[in-house]
Design a protein around this ligand. Sequence first.
Ligand SMILES: [Zn+2]
Length: 135
Amino acid sequence: MDTPVKNEFFGHWSQIPYGLWKWKNFTPKEIACKGNGSIVVDFDAMDALQKFREIVKVPFTPNSAYRSISYNKRVGGAPKSQHVRGRAFDIPITDKLSREAIHEAAAKAGFTGIGDYNTFVHIDIGPKRYWDLRE
Ligand SMILES: [Zn+2]
């Protein structure tokens, strides 16, 4: 068997070749950097996000997914944030998607880093850890 490609960088999400994107509930634009449109497609992270989406059965767009290093700096992200590797997503809490539901589905989908914020939950596939930055 071929070794699967684990991640790929594109200077802009529109450069992703046809057929590479296989996560039906998300678009490349939604996952790309909001600063400059660049994107790291991390296959494991995207597989986990799609699995998460199928567990919660609620449509959503991550507040933040991939971040370029400069954009991550601009928004005050941690320098080693999993966002700059395309391995983190900030999931908005809504009437239809509670904090508890996000936590439960994230664990089932294989997310290992979880951070609570007032209006969203950060989930990533980095080292196992938890933080609470609610005010
Ligand atoms: Zn985050």
